[in-house]
Design a protein around this ligand. Structure first.
Ligand code: NAD
Length: 292
């Protein structure tokens, strides 16, 4: 790394708090080195009260851009010059691109999710998706899936503070895309079964399955799965959730959240460099297997 950095090297940041645990710096720097791009990617502990100044620093330091994560994703947009259609609809930004002082905000989580499906031979375009979740990851996926041409999306969530955000997402999708969206209470198990039965793909985009909810599954038992249903998790730590263990037992094709993690990074990399990450190399380096 030290040999690679010169007076010409441009900086790309990751602004969030907490952030020291992130695997993005290792992933992005590996990809820059592999393709010979003269960028360095560093993580900065930046909270909500500092993000405005941090955006000014992107301009002042003529950084190529930045990723942003919690708590800044829903706040940072107001300090930028332009938002991508998906970022505008999702009300969130995870990638900033600096084109000679003009800052554009993008959200690559949904792009990454859809790209990871494609990479794994899964094609939900023109088909029905049932998805659990109304938080940041789920909203980005739902908006991008609708923009890309998924025909129908049925969203399920527990009746917590996120539910209203899901209702807002449904409204935006129905008003702005050709996709038909609806939202239901996750406690309505008859409806969950009905919607899963008529879907091509089921996605868990909640915190269920991830620490501290590693024993929680949004799908109550195996009887909700049929072998043709594709079952995808967004969480990836631990790698295999209780939900996907059940789906595998039924014979479903399943996928963990590592693909989305890789491809959201690749989409950001491409926005900064004009080239996608060397995906097969990254999968090898990061030891990514979709069905683990
Ligand atoms: P968030 O806090 O914005 O949303 C949390 C969601 O989980 C909400 O829909 C909430 O209602 C739901 N939820 C919380 N407790 C629940 C429970 N007991 N039962 C059912 N649902 C429950 O979080 P987020 O940023 O959207 O992250 C959600 C998950 O996705 C996390 O596990 C996160 O690590 C993962 N994630 C993965 C990637 C990736 O690249 N693979 C990217 C972002 C997030």
């Amino acid at each position: 790394m030290a040999e690679r950095i010169t007076g010409h090297t441009e900086l790309i940041g990751l602004m969030a708090y907490p952030i020291r645990h992130s695997s993005s710096p290792a992933m992005q720097n590996e990809a820059f080195a592999k393709l010979g791009f003269d960028y360095a990617y560093l993580a900065f502990e930046v909270g909500a009260d500092e993000i405005e100044d941090a955006v000014k620093a992107i301009r002042t330091l003529k950084m190529r851009g930045s990723n942003v994560s919690m708590p800044n994703k829903t706040i940072v947009g107001q300090y930028l010059d332009e938002l991508s259609p998906a970022a505008k609809m999702a009300g969130a930004v995870n990638t900033i691109v600096n084109d000679n002082g003009h800052l554009t905000g993008h959200i690559t989580d949904g792009i990454g999710f859809m790209a990871s499906l494609k990479d794994n031979g899964i094609d939900p375009i023109g088909k029905k998706m049932t998805i659990a979740g109304c938080g940041g990851a789920a909203t980005a996926i739902e908006i991008q899936a609708a923009l890309d041409g998924v025909a129908e999306i049925s969203i399920f969530n527990i009746k917590d503070d996120f539910f209203a955000r899901g209702e807002d997402t449904v409204k935006k999708i129905n008003e702005n895309t050709n996709c038909k969206a609806a939202i239901y209470d996750l406690a309505d198990l008859d409806k969950l079964r009905e919607e899963m039965d008529s879907s091509y793909i089921f996605v868990n985009a909640t915190g269920a399955g991830m620490k501290p909810l590693e024993d929680v599954s949004v799908v109550p038992d195996k009887s909700y799965f049929r072998p043709e249903l594709i079952v995808v998790d967004v969480p990836y730590s631990p790698l295999c959730t209780k939900m996907r263990t059940m789906a595998k037992e039924v014979g479903c094709k399943t996928m963990n959240g590592l693909g989305m993690m890789l491809f959201q990074g690749s989409a950001a990399f491409e926005l900064w460099t004009g080239k996608p990450m060397p995906i097969e190399h990254m999968k090898e380096v990061l030891n990514i297997h979709y069905d683990d």
